[in-house]
Design a protein around this ligand. Structure first.
Ligand SMILES: Nc1ncnc2c1ncn2[C@@H]1O[C@H](COP(=O)(O)OP(=O)(O)OP(=O)(O)O)[C@@H](O)[C@H]1O
Ligand SMILES: [Mg+2]
Length: 216
């Protein structure tokens, strides 16, 4: 499935360390293999920018929510895909991003605390949908799952199944190659070894699912 053009993809969750920048970076690279993209670093720490620049991807840093809200439509008409990496808080920036994106990806670590705290982002999505006639589309997924902690994973899935966002079938596991990717100025798609191949396959599956939701 080809990406629909001129779409805005956002990775949001007010919880710090959920995996937003990691996911946004991999999504940006994955989409860049199929169409023209721009990466918007709206994370106050701007940690993903050097990683994206090293990968040769066009990157813009934005720290003002009003500016982001005003400029996103023009950017999305200029590029086939705009990928926005959101901040780790529930402030104005997250609201501006949700006010403009076509689809929100919400990574969740499989711990009870994270699942509870993502209630805020779910509420934000619900409120913005009321204002935007059902937009944005949204998909949540479990990130950094420990392969052997199957009970925790099952509990996380059960908790997320009751949330109003679509739950992805794909789980992204806690893998060293994913942690190491930005430091190596790579994504798992360019890394060698069994683990990187498995991680690349999981991201590919997740992002294809995102396109399906966007098309649907
Ligand atoms: N699936 C994963 N496997 C291994 N490490 C991961 C995975 N996802 C994220 N990490 C690691 O967890 C840490 C936090 O991830 P990341 O920076 O993507 O989170 P974030 O949501 O962008 O955080 P912030 O809210 O601070 O911007 C990083 O060190 C990252 O490498
Ligand atoms: Mg981040």
């Amino acid at each position: 499935m080809k990406p629909e053009l001129h779409k805005i993809y956002a990775v949001v969750n007010q919880k710090g360390g959920a995996g937003k920048s990691t996911t946004a970076g991999h999504l940006a690279y994955w989409l860049s293999q199929q169409c023209s993209i721009i990466f918007i670093d709206a994370d106050g720490q701007q940690s993903a920018s050097p990683w994206m620049q090293h990968l040769g991807l066009k990157t813009l840093q934005m720290s003002n929510p009003e500016q982001l809200f005003e400029e996103l439509p023009a950017l999305s008409s200029k590029y086939d895909a705009v990928i926005v990496d959101g901040p780790g808080n529930a402030g104005e920036m997250t609201k501006s991003i949700l006010g403009r994106c076509d689809i929100a990806l919400v990574p969740n670590r499989p711990s009870e605390f994270d699942l509870r705290s993502s209630g805020i982002i779910i509420q934000f999505v619900r409120h913005v949908r009321e204002l935007r006639g059902g937009m944005p589309k949204a998909i949540t997924f479990i990130n950094a799952a420990k392969a052997k902690r199957s009970i925790l994973l099952r509990e996380a899935k059960e908790a997320l199944e009751n949330c109003p966002l679509l739950l992805s079938d794909t789980v992204i596991y806690d893998l060293t190659c994913i942690t190491d990717a930005p430091g190596q100025q790579k994504t798992v798609f360019q890394m060698k070894g069994e683990q990187a191949i498995a991680a690349a396959a999981d991201y590919d599956k997740l992002f294809k699912e995102v396109l399906k939701v966007l098309h649907g």
